[in-house]
Design a protein around this ligand. Structure first.
Ligand SMILES: Nc1ncnc2c1ncn2[C@@H]1O[C@H](COP(=O)(O)OP(=O)(O)OP(=O)(O)O)[C@@H](O)[C@H]1O
Ligand code: SF4
Ligand SMILES: [Mg+2]
Length: 350
């Protein structure tokens, strides 16, 4: 593990409170259930500009998240993490599948029902600057949607915005300032405050600390954790940084070429990754103790195009353990115990 990442993790650990994880609590309810979700982007071309194919960005993805927990979503660039998050939030229209949120299939909601839903599901992006209007003062950025959705009464409004800002580590006098007057970390606090002011239940955090200095990353992660505990929030935390994901997530989903290849509790996946892709991905995490040698598994070849994924197991073109069946038949996900699910023929019953 690099010194920088080690510092982030140490700082995160230092402020960790004893969390009563809902992951293994059978009574905890699923706030979100995603079933057989597909999101295809049509490829237009040809002489008449017709559809010549599809980018299968999300291709039959199924998972659930328990209320008050965090699911980390990992995988190489372009594997469909952001598209999964955006499709769940209905920022993109699904191609197929169900999105059950708080017990209702929101994938069929019309405009009016979606408007109500908008406040309950929020997103925080990687680049806080581009998602903040440069012409609006911070108070207005945070408050605009609060007024629009009537989250609090007129009388309560000013105090409410000040309170949310304080909760996110911002000062009341920041209300009249503009985004360019803030550092990257503070801008991300503004984005978090804007999302939280709408009293959401669920937040997609799409690489929320990737653009920040390492010293600031731990502060933002700690803030997200504190807010989660105080408000019983549920997060889908998308990141390519596995050491960050390990610390914030209760469960993890590993994506490859639009498919989930492995899901399970964070401890189980880190202790014993099962899928050859997860093994390769995790073998690249630097170890904190330089005396512990870990064999790095190098992936062969390039990532195939999601417009034309390999037949059978999508990972077979890069898998060192590929067997005959892998080229023909897609593996079905199997629960190996404790909700640790893997999609790989190595675990087929013999
Ligand atoms: N609006 C779009 N139109 C067409 N193709 C798209 C669109 N958005 C995403 N894609 C394609 O879908 C696939 C998945 O993209 P996505 O952005 O979800 O990946 P990601 O895992 O979030 O990657 P990264 O780690 O780089 O953010 C990619 O092949 C991408 O090029
Ligand atoms: S199904 Fe086959 S090709 Fe795919 S990951 Fe498992 S062993 Fe490798
Ligand atoms: Mg992305």
């Amino acid at each position: 593990m690099s010194m920088e990442n080690q510092n982030v993790n140490e700082e995160v650990k230092a402020t960790e409170t004893v969390a009563t994880s809902a992951v293994n609590d059978p009574n905890a309810d699923n706030i979100l259930e995603v079933r057989h979700l597909k999101k295809y982007f049509p490829i237009k071309g040809g002489f008449f500009g017709g559809v010549t194919g599809n980018v299968k960005a999300v291709d039959d993805v199924t998972f659930s998240i328990k209320r008050g927990t965090t699911m980390g979503l990992v995988g190489e660039s372009g594997c469909g993490k952001s598209t999964t998050g955006r499709t769940i939030l209905r920022l993109l229209d699904k191609t197929e599948g169900d999105i059950i949120f708080n017990g209702e299939d929101i994938s069929t909601f019309d405009k009016d029902k979606l408007r109500e839903l908008r406040t309950k599901m929020q997103i925080i992006f990687q680049d806080p600057y581009s998602s903040l209007s440069p012409r609006l003062p911070i108070g207005e950025i945070i408050g605009e949607a609060v007024r629009e959705h009537g989250i609090v009464s007129k009388e309560e409004y000013d105090d409410y915005i000040s309170e949310v800002m304080k909760e996110c580590g911002l000062q009341e006098y920041h209300k009249d300032r503009y985004p360019h007057e803030f550092s990257g970390g503070q801008r991300q606090r503004i984005c978090i405050a804007r999302a939280l002011a709408l009293k959401p239940d669920f937040v997609v955090c799409d690489e929320p600390v990737s653009a920040l200095d390492v010293s600031i990353q731990a502060q933002i992660i700690n803030l997200l954790r504190k807010l989660q505990k105080d408000r019983n929030l549920t997060y889908l935390f998308i990141s390519h940084d596995l050491s960050v994901v390990e610390h914030i997530s209760d469960t993890i989903g590993v994506m490859y070429l639009g498919s989930l290849v492995e899901t399970g509790n964070t401890e189980d996946i880190f202790a014993e990754p099962l899928h050859p892709y997860t093994k390769a991905l995790f073998s690249a995490i630097p170890m904190p103790d330089p005396d512990i040698k870990k064999e790095r598994i190098l992936l062969q070849g390039d990532i195939p195009s999601p417009a034309n994924p390999p037949k059978g197991c999508k990972f077979h073109t890069r898998c060192s353990q590929c067997m005959g069946i892998c080229k023909e038949k897609a593996p079905t996900p199997k629960d190996m115990g404790n909700g640790h699910v893997v999609a790989c023929h190595l675990y087929d019953e013999k």
